[in-house]
Design a protein around this ligand. Structure first.
Ligand code: OGA
Ligand code: MN
Length: 346
């Protein structure tokens, strides 16, 4: 399996929109501009009217969560938030935040803040991440379609990515795909085939796909830090609609061979990332912030390249505390044809 099997698309539609045809919806003090609208669904919205200069009142948090359940990705421009207020807002959205494993050493991390992940491209001394460093190769996996932390048995529900400094105009986008609508559009026969499938997600699988030489054999401490996890493919989104829970981390479908699994997984990812389900959010200003729901969307970063410009983006990740947070237990697996030897199928 290598990247040559994967169809890498480019996308034209951008956020902010290049046209004026997007309507603004008033929701109390907030103004909401949906990004992708179809007859029966909306995906992504730019929201203004939140006063980020002070703690966010609980009523506003509830209002934002309702919008999040509906749109799955919320974009806020120029928030002016710093690390501690970014973390404080994230902590209002769930019981726990993910802890950074600091794979490259905490001493080498610019933020040194265990509740934030430095997903930009700047090193401690201000220079850009070096080509062929382990961090460079690790980051290449973020340019594959994924949802964050599906490789954790207790998955994460939200990610909040905040930009700092002055991003270079035209320098970076994050792409988002609407998994609810992509699921709804599948033929009934396909839906029935997928209904009870269980997927093994493994961080090292996506790292290997993006960087087969460097991550062909992850280091023992890496493997130990992130063992695989098991989740249902078809899930219920917060708004009650069905959705697909998929990512480049998806390695094996229980009961299928590795090859059959990868074929179906990438066929589905390809289906879900057709331009009609995707928007591209351009990072415009320091303070821009995007909050996405990992349970009902996928996203993709720009890959690191020799010509990339400095990018300082920091992510908090809110652990799922809902009913589907813990995925599939060992006892549930045999029901879908899982036998212990399937685990060695790579
Ligand atoms: C992430 C991620 C996308 C980007 O932080 O989880 O995938 O554009 N980021 O940096
Ligand atoms: Mn991500």
């Amino acid at each position: 399996m290598s990247l040559s099997h994967i169809h890498i698309r480019t996308y034209e539609n951008t956020c902010p929109s290049q046209t004026d045809k997007h309507s603004v919806i008033q929701d109390g003090n907030l103004s909401v501009t949906p990004v992708l609208q179809s007859e029966d669904s909306a995906f992504g919205a730019e929201v203004t009217g939140v006063d980020w200069s002070r703690p966010i009142p609980e009523e506003t948090v509830a209002q934002l969560v309702a919008l999040q359940n509906k749109y799955a990705v919320l974009i806020f421009r120029n928030t002016g938030l710093d690390n501690s207020r970014h973390i404080a807002f994230s902590q209002q959205l769930g019981e726990k935040l993910e802890i950074n494993p600091f794979f490259y050493g905490r001493e080498n991390d610019r933020l040194k803040e265990a509740l934030l992940f430095d997903v930009g491209n700047i090193q401690l001394d201000g220079s850009l991440v070096e080509r062929d460093s382990r961090r460079w190769h690790h980051s290449l996996g973020n340019a594959l379609w994924h949802t964050d932390s599906s490789y954790h048995q207790q998955r994460s529900k939200y990610s909040i990515l905040l930009s700092h400094g002055n991003p270079v105009k035209g320098g970076s986008w994050t792409h988002f795909a609407d998994m609810r609508r992509a699921y709804a559009d599948l033929p009934q026969e396909k839906k029935s085939e997928l209904e009870n499938l269980i997927v093994e997600h493994d961080l090292w699988h996506s790292r290997k796909l993006a960087s087969p030489i460097v991550y062909g054999n992850p280091l023992p401490h890496e493997l130990a830090a992130k063992p695989p996890a098991y989740h249902r493919l078809v899930q219920t989104a917060p708004d009650g609609r069905k959705t697909l829970y998929l990512a480049a981390h998806a390695k094996v479908i229980l009961g299928y061979s590795f090859e059959e699994s990868q074929k179906l997984i990438w066929e589905l990812i390809d289906h879900c990332t057709q331009p009609k389900y995707v928007f591209s959010m351009e990072w415009l200003f320091g303070g821009d912030m995007v909050w996405w729901d990992n349970r009902q969307s996928m996203h993709r970063a720009n890959p690191y390249t020799e010509s990339m410009t400095a990018r300082d983006v920091r992510r908090s990740t809110i652990i799922d505390d809902g009913p589907l947070a813990y995925g599939v237990t060992l006892e549930e697996k045999p029901a879908v044809g899982w036998k212990p030897q399937t685990m060695a199928a790579t």
